[in-house]
Design a protein around this ligand. Structure first.
Ligand code: LLP
Length: 443
C-alpha cells in the first residue's frame, strides 16, 4: 500500500509526489530511504528532483491563469545546488540571484543571462560589474544610492544597465517577522514616497534604463490578501509611471509563495491558494498588460526535500523523552531561528496502533536551541532507527554551517528510480586544511 506523505509544492494543488511509504518503508520517489542512508550516510539531504520539476510545471500552468506573459525566475537562495537549478533551467526557468556567487551558480547550471534578475540591498560595485558584463536581464535596485553606483559602474564599462525599482509597499505579509520584507520598517525596497525622487534621479543617469518595477513583501506567505494589497500599490504606481511616459517592459512580483509544513490538520499545514494568488494578480496588475516576472524559491523546492537522520539515543529524562539525532541545528537552522515547524516521521512506518508519545527531537550540539521539535507525538523509536525531517528542500542545506566542527551533510537527488550523490560529505582533513596558522605561531 502506498501512503503519500509529502508532495512538493502544494499537495492540495496536485503537484508531484516526492515522498511516500511503500510497503511500510519511506521512499523518495522510487528510491527507498534506507538505501540512501546506507550509501550516503546520515545526516543527509534528499531531494526529489522529479517532483521539483513537476511542481515547476504545475506552477507555470497556474500562473498562465494571470492571462499575461509570465516568466519564472527561480530564487536560487532557497536551494542553490547546481543540479537543482539545472532541473529548472531545463524547463525554461530563469533565476533570481542576490550575490555574485548565486549568479555564477545560475550560469553554471545553464540559465541564460537574459533570464537572470539580480536582487538584494547590498550589491557591491564588483558584483554589479560582473553582472553587467554577463548581460543579465535586470537589476532590482533597492535604493537611490545603489542607482548612483550602478550608473557609475555601467558608465565605466560602457554599458546601459537594465533596472527595476524594487519598491517597499508598506504591507504586512503576515508571516514570521524575520522573513517579512514589505513593511516601511524593513530594510528592503525604495519607500513609495521616495519613488518620485528616484525617478528624478534616473532622468539624470544616462547609463541606466528603467525597465520595470518590482515588489517582494516576504517569504512563506499563506494569505493572498497581503499580496493583493502590495500588487494594488504596485499597479497604481505603474499606471502613474506609464502616464508620465516611462516605457515599462515588465513587472516583477517577487516570490514568497508559502507551502504546507505539515500534514492536514497539523500546525504548519496552512498553505497559499494559488488560485487566490492568481486572482489577486489579475485584479491588480492584470489590466496593465505588462509581462510578469515571479521569483518563487521555497514553493518549488521546499516540500521536495527532506533531511534524513539516524537516532543516536533515546533518553528518558525526568520530565521528557529526548530523541537525540545525528542531525543538528548546523544542518537545519530553521527550527532554532524561526521556531519553524517541520514534520518528523520514521523511515520505517510505525505499526498500526503503535502508541504515539511526546518527545523532544534534538541534535548533538551543545546548545538547548539545537532542537527540531518539542513535545512531538512520535511512535516508539530506538537507536539506529532512521527518521526524516520533512519540507527541508528550501533553506536547509544552504543555511547550514559547520558549527561544532561538524561535517556538512551530503546531498542526494533522486528522479524516479534513479539516485545520485550530488554533493559528498567532505572529510575532516579538507575542512581543517582551510585554516592557516600565522607564521608567528608555527613551529
Ligand atoms: N525574491 C526576493 C527578493 C527574496 O528576498 C526572496 C526570499 C525570494 C524572492 C524567494 O522567496 P521564497 O519564494 O523562497 O519565499 N530563510 C528563510 C527564508 C528567507 C527568504 C528570503 N528572501 C526561511 O528559512 O524561511
Amino acid at each position: 500500500m502506498t501512503e503519500i506523505l509529502a508532495k512538493s509544492g502544494n499537495a492540495a494543488q496536485g503537484d508531484a509526489t516526492a515522498f511516500a511509504y511503500r510497503g511500510g518503508l519511506l521512499h523518495a520517489e522510487g528510491v527507498p530511504l534506507d538505501r540512501i542512508a546506507e550509501q550516503a550516510g546520515t545526516p543527509c539531504f534528499v531531494y526529489a528532483g522529479g517532483a521539483m520539476q513537476a511542481t515547476y510545471r504545475a506552477l507555470e500552468a497556474a500562473l498562465a491563469g494571470c492571462g499575461l506573459p509570465t516568466s519564472i525566475c527561480y530564487a536560487v537562495k532557497a536551494n542553490p545546488h547546481v543540479a537543482v537549478i539545472r532541473g529548472f533551467a531545463a524547463l525554461g526557468a530563469g533565476a533570481d540571484v542576490v550575490s555574485e556567487g548565486e549568479l555564477r551558480r545560475a550560469l553554471a547550471a545553464g540559465v541564460p543571462p537574459q533570464r537572470i534578475v539580480f536582487a538584494g540591498v547590498g550589491k557591491t560595485a564588483e558584483e554589479m560589474a560582473f553582472a553587467l558584463e554577463t548581460g543579465i536581464r535586470q537589476f532590482n535596485a533597492e535604493s537611490l544610492e545603489e542607482l548612483k553606483l550602478l550608473d557609475a559602474v555601467a558608465a565605466r564599462l560602457g554599458r546601459v544597465a537594465p533596472v527595476a525599482l524594487r519598491v517597499n509597499p508598506d504591507v504586512d505579509a503576515r508571516t514570521h517577522a524575520k522573513i517579512s520584507t514589505g513593511l516601511a520598517g524593513n530594510k528592503f525596497g525604495i519607500d513609495l514616497e521616495q519613488v518620485p525622487e528616484a525617478l528624478a534621479l534616473l532622468r539624470g543617469l544616462p547609463n541606466l534604463r528603467l525597465d520595470g518595477l518590482a515588489v517582494h513583501i516576504g517569504s512563506q506567505l499563506v494569505h493572498a490578501e497581503p499580496y493583493e494589497a502590495a500588487f494594488a500599490r504596485l499597479a497604481e504606481l505603474a499606471r502613474s509611471l506609464i502616464d508620465q511616459g516611462w516605457e515599462l517592459r515588465h513587472l516583477d512580483l517577487g516570490g514568497g509563495m508559502g507551502i504546507p509544513y505539515g500534514p492536514a490538520g497539523a500546525e504548519g499545514a496552512a498553505t497559499l491558494s494559488l488560485e487566490a494568488y492568481v486572482a489577486a494578480v489579475r485584479r491588480t496588475v492584470g489590466g496593465l498588460g505588462l509581462p510578469l516576472v515571479f521569483e518563487p524559491g521555497r514553493y518549488l523546492v521546499g516540500n521536495a526535500g527532506l533531511l534524513l537522520a539516524r537516532v543516536l539515543y533515546v533518553k528518558q529524562g525526568r520530565a521528557k523523552r529526548f530523541v537525540i539525532l545525528d542531525a543538528a541545528m548546523n544542518d537545519l537552522i530553521r527550527p532554532a531561528l524561526y521556531d519553524a515547524w517541520h514534520e518528523i516521521v520514521p523511515v520505517r512506518q510505525a505499526a498500526a496502533g503503535a502508541p504515539a508519545e511526546p518527545a523532544d527531537v534534538v541534535g548533538p550540539i551543545c546548545e538547548s536551541g539545537d532542537s527540531f521539535a518539542q513535545d512531538r507525538p512520535l511512535p516508539p523509536l530506538a537507536p539506529g532507527d532512521l527518521i526524516a525531517i520533512l519540507s527541508t528542500g528550501a533553506y536547509g542545506a544552504t543555511m547550514s554551517s559547520t558549527y561544532n566542527s561538524r561535517l556538512p551533510a551530503p546531498e542526494v537527488m533522486v528522479r524516479g528510480g534513479d539516485s545520485a550523490l550530488i554533493r559528498a560529505r567532505p572529510d575532516h582533513a579538507a575542512l581543517i586544511a582551510q585554516d592557516r596558522v600565522p607564521a608567528w605561531l608555527e613551529g
